[in-house]
Design a protein around this ligand. Sequence first.
Ligand code: PGA
Length: 250
Amino acid sequence: MSRQLIAGNWKMNGLTADADGLAQALRDGVGQVGDAAELVVCPPFTQIAGAVRILAGSRFAVGGQDCHMAAKGAHTGDIAAPMLRDLGATHVILGHSERRQNHKELDETVREKVVAATEAGLVPIVCVGETEDQRSADGHEDTVGWQIKGSLPHGFADGPGVVAYEPVWAIGTGRTATGDDVATMHAFIRAELVRQFGDAGHGVRILYGGSVNAGNAAALLAVPEVGGALVGGASLAAADFLAIAAAARG
Ligand code: PGA
């Protein structure tokens, strides 16, 4: 099994001074956390170049938070995967629930973006997860199963792509899933990946995301089949993010 991946999703936060300060603090502090985790931060588009510059030669990779499915063309306001690569990004978050909700992204859209990202040489971090209503109606496995089937293209498991299980009700709410829920859902996702991709499905990392913080990271990262964490709010404070990185297993 590969090392755990700790990915920071800065979302729509960070003017230049804040973003540069955060990147510098991560760079300065990373020597104090063990080297168990693979580390990536995903700033907003406008701060990617700065983060790449500040974090160059450190253990941190830099990623985007979305990309278009086309490599270029008449898509005003969008950013293509080769543009992210051109800036020095190596990863991209795709199908985050905030994009699925705010931008009506469908599984099919996410799948096309995953193809575009992979063709551009980026590692896609593909998010899935049920809403509170879907969980209350006992539809969480169905929802996540369909998202996996619809969002991951043929051959996904042969590449470096990562899946992030992020229950929507746990994002930004301070409510994490319990260790048992995480264990159940990650085992379910693993089984779906193996059903869809055969043996290669065993090698896909499955991150947990949703209110991960310095206090709960060790317990969440110790759950079987948890291959790392996708961290929102707590990734905006260098000390918190580094504490989460320190809790990772090699
Ligand atoms: P949160 O966000 O850690 O603030 O809950 C996680 C995410 O949306 O990726």
